[in-house]
Design a protein. Sequence first.
Length: 277
Amino acid sequence: MQQARIKELQKIANNIRMGALEGIYTANSGHPGGSLSIADIMSYLFFEKMNIDPKNPAWEDRDRFVLSKGHTAPALYSTLAHRGYFSTELLKTFRNKESILQGHPDMKGVPGVDMSTGSLGLGISTACGMALSGKISGKNYKVYSIMGDGEQEEGQVWEAAMFAAHYKLNNLVAFVDFNGLQIDGDITKVMNPTPLDEKYKAFGWNVIVINGHDFNEIENAVNASDSSDKPTVIISKCIKGKGVSFMENDAGWHGSAPNKEQYEQAIAELTAANENL
């Protein structure tokens, strides 16, 4: 990928981060850590790779996206807003009882949301169903999903993994946001799901391990999935709270909203990062 385009996508990713933080700060509630860690992947998928049309969110032949770790909805909402599905002004209404932007994605109320998610493991399971439906219907769309690393502790994830391999869902690409932290701390101490690469290989998946903040690695992995005859999982080594110094690698920011001073510092850091690109 050309360096100029990488810089554009990096700026978009930081804008996604700022939009997510705006919603969380305004609501005084939400999940910033995992929202910030997936912003680069979201930027690449929605602004570079996926075949979508914000003016026609229900387009039958569009690529699908399922945020399996639904608690990081602020990242999804910010991505959709910046992509043109709805106004970025709506981000300020996050979790307001009158708003369409609630704590978890709602496919019936939010343009661009392909699946209502929240209960971990549900999203990747429904992504499998979408991929199988595409094959049965003779459609060429791809289904992309993002799971959390703590989510790998859910049994339903592995039922879905078995299902996807059995039906040879090579039109399914699942990312794992491998930032190493969940709400209770280090994932290896809470309920160790590693080694994920070996487990997914044993389940019959095409496995790729990348730096989830490197756009060249993201692109190469996604492009490699296009030629696979298996479902692909991209284990993405990410930094929880990426882009905000005091949030990075701190499990305390899994589900805590910043105060005014912290919010202003976070926005200042992300704005400076964009100016330096």
